[in-house]
Design a protein around this ligand. Structure first.
Ligand code: ATP
Length: 589
């Protein structure tokens, strides 16, 4: 019971997101109109049962004028039904489209905000505790949102129309059922009103209970299936992304083994679903097939005793089947309910993780302050830790109580042995590492650029890659500027390919990608520049050349903080910051 209440609470939260958003006006109108159309459809269906009764009676009585009159009525009913049904489909698809667009944007925004996507990539995927899962956020955004919206829409409209049609048809069926007298002995008998309604209730009630008993395990299996599918897909994407490394290592058999393991999990779970569905289908086929003759069986006594006409019998059968299908809403929608529950769970977990990360960011003890009329960057009492492991109270310390002032136009080199925390120091200054404490004050309004060791090539043209994250459009001046910088960075041979679209991370060599990072810097000209081993793939000559160009162009404009291992970098910096077992020593070069 508790699980059911929390499922509905979670679902209500997800459902209302769109209907209280900035698009709520159109969303509510569309939803309201769809409900009206659904109600009209039910009303027309009830009218059709009366029409059908009159039509069949006209045939049975060889009454030609009543027959043509019925046909005329049918034309009017059919036209109304067609108009409503076509527009209902169009409107519901439009609503689903807008709903999905809004919800995808909303989740995407929260995923990208506060670097949640980055933090999430480090979070543990605890396989024992399903509640803690936050795997494959991409699938949750691309597929689960769509599944959720379609299934909740179908279920909400379906449930509403079920309730209304149940009331309409129960009234109709009750009035058609008449009174049946059951004789137990010669002296003992009883009259039962609405026998067809009771029969439908018992039939559908039993159907729902048995379907739920057989199918409830499907909820969990469906959730597992989504998880396995996403893991397998991610495994294939990794294979594509790391194709070159895998080819060099000739580790295809390793990859085959790990992909086969993922695929086996997927297949095993799918087999369980198939087996469970087999049992469910057995029962479902039996249940729906017998439902066709069941009303005739119950009402046949009155027909053969000539209490009702053939048209009347047919109307009873139609009303029974409508009451029965309304009461069988759960067994009939079982597949959709399974999808809805699984998608609700996956989206709720995702949202929970996003909120948790946002909260962690807000509660981080590393505070950032941006001050106007300030020239320097102040780092006060900064301690950087590793994230807490399970059972730990304090994370391992990388940097202890650092106080540092970075002056304008200074060039500082950060060194230290591997794993001493150099990159993590830059991550902290970039605001993407929340573990630790202290205060960092930046001058307000200054442009800041952090450049990672592995240059990122976005999808698109070479121009887009070279100017990322700025956006550049082709113009004579702009092209001249980019070509000049290409020339300066010894990449002139790419000058004529600015608008060529390629997967540039595969085309450019690692060294060229690092040169591309320099091109971006010279294009952007940031006031504060943090470089994390940005020349590690270049030979010493190229490294020295690029740093000399950087200093020539930016020494009087920017503060440059570099991480690097090679000695030839020392000549371009005035200060060295050495990280050693949590302590930081500063010396001039
Ligand atoms: N998300 C994380 N969770 C746990 N430990 C981490 C995480 N990121 C980094 N570390 C650990 O923090 C330590 C410092 O890493 P960092 O990348 O800052 O080292 P580095 O000094 O830049 O090393 P290198 O010179 O090899 O680039 C390493 O021991 C690393 O394993």
């Amino acid at each position: 019971m508790h699980a059911l209440i929390s499922l509905f609470a979670e679902n209500w939260h997800l459902f209302r997101l769109y209907f209280v958003s900035e698009e709520r006006f159109y969303a509510r109108i569309m939803f309201f109109v769809l409900i009206i159309m659904e109600l009209m459809t039910i009303g027309l269906d009830v009218l059709l049962t009366y029409w059908s009764k009159n039509f069949l009676n006209a045939l049975q009585n060889y009454d030609q004028s009543a027959f043509f009159h019925s046909l005329l009525q049918f034309c009017f009913l059919a036209a109304t039904i067609i108009i409503i049904s076509v527009h209902k489909t169009y409107l519901s698809q439009t609503l689903l489209l807008y709903w999905r667009r809004w919800m995808t944007n909303d989740f995407l925004k929260r995923y990208l905000d506060h670097h949640a996507y980055y933090e999430m990539s480090f979070m543990k995927n605890n396989r024992q505790n399903i509640q803690d899962r936050n795997d494959n956020p991409d699938q949750r955004i691309s597929s689960d949102i769509s599944i959720y919206i379609i299934s909740i829409f179908e279920l909400t409209i379906g449930l509403l129309s079920t309730c209304v049609s149940l009331v309409c048809y129960v009234i109709l069926l009750w009035s058609l059922s008449g009174v049946i007298k059951i004789n137990f002995t010669q002296n003992l008998s009883c009259s039962v009103r609405g026998i067809m309604v009771w029969a439908a209730l018992i039939y559908a009630g039993l159907g729902t209970i048995i379907t739920n008993l057989i199918g409830r395990v499907l909820f969990h299996l469906k959730y597992e299936q989504e998880h396995c599918e996403a893991n397998f897909r991610y495994g294939l994407v990794r294979l594509r992304d790391h194709a070159e490394s895998i080819a060099f290592y000739r580790s295809e058999s390793n990859e085959q083994t790990s992909l086969s393991t993922l695929y086996l999990e997927l297949i095993t779970n799918f087999r369980r679903i198939i087996h469970r569905k087999l049992a469910l289908n057995w029962f479902d086929s039996f249940y729906t097939t017998t439902a066709r003759v069941f009303p005739y069986l119950v009402a046949s006594h009155r027909y053969f005793s000539k209490q009702i006409t053939f048209g009347h019998l047919e109307q009873i059968a139609t009303a029974f089947s409508s009451v029965h299908s309304a009461l069988s809403f759960i067994p009939n929608s079982y597949e959709t309910i399974v999808q809805w529950r699984s998608a609700t769970k996956r989206l709720t977990e995702f949202e929970y993780t996003l909120n948790e990360l946002q909260l962690a960011k807000q509660n981080s003890k590393i505070k950032f302050i941006y001050v106007s009329n300030e020239q320097s960057t102040h780092i006060e009492n900064l301690t950087i830790q590793l994230p807490l492991k399970i059972g730990e109270n304090d994370g391992q310390i990388l940097i202890k109580h650092l106080n540092l002032v970075l002056e304008p136009h200074q060039a500082v080199l950060i060194t230290g042995k591997t794993g001493s925390g150099k990159s993590t120091f830059l991550r902290t200054l970039a605001g993407i590492w929340p573990h630790g404490s202290g205060m960092i004050t930046f001058p307000l309004g200054d442009t800041v650029a952090f450049v990672p060791q592995k240059a990122y090539c976005p999808l698109g043209s070479l121009r887009h890659c070279l100017t990322y994250p700025s956006i550049s459009f082709s113009s004579i001046e702009e092209d001249k500027k980019i070509r000049n910088i290409l020339n300066l960075c010894q990449m002139k041979y790419w000058s004529n390919n600015l608008d060529e679209v390629q997967d540039w991370s595969r085309v450019l060599s690692l060294g060229e990608q690092q040169k591309m990072a320099f091109i971006r810097i010279l294009y952007l000209r940031p006031k504060w520049l943090f470089l994390d081993e940005v020349t590690s793939s270049l030979d010493e000559q190229a490294e020295t050349y690029l740093y000399s160009i950087l200093m020539q162009e930016l020494a009087n404009h920017s503060t440059i903080i570099s991480i690097g291992h090679r000695n030839n970098l020392r000549q371009f910096h005035q200060l060295e910051l050495v990280l050693n077992d949590g302590n930081v020593t500063m010396m001039s070069i």
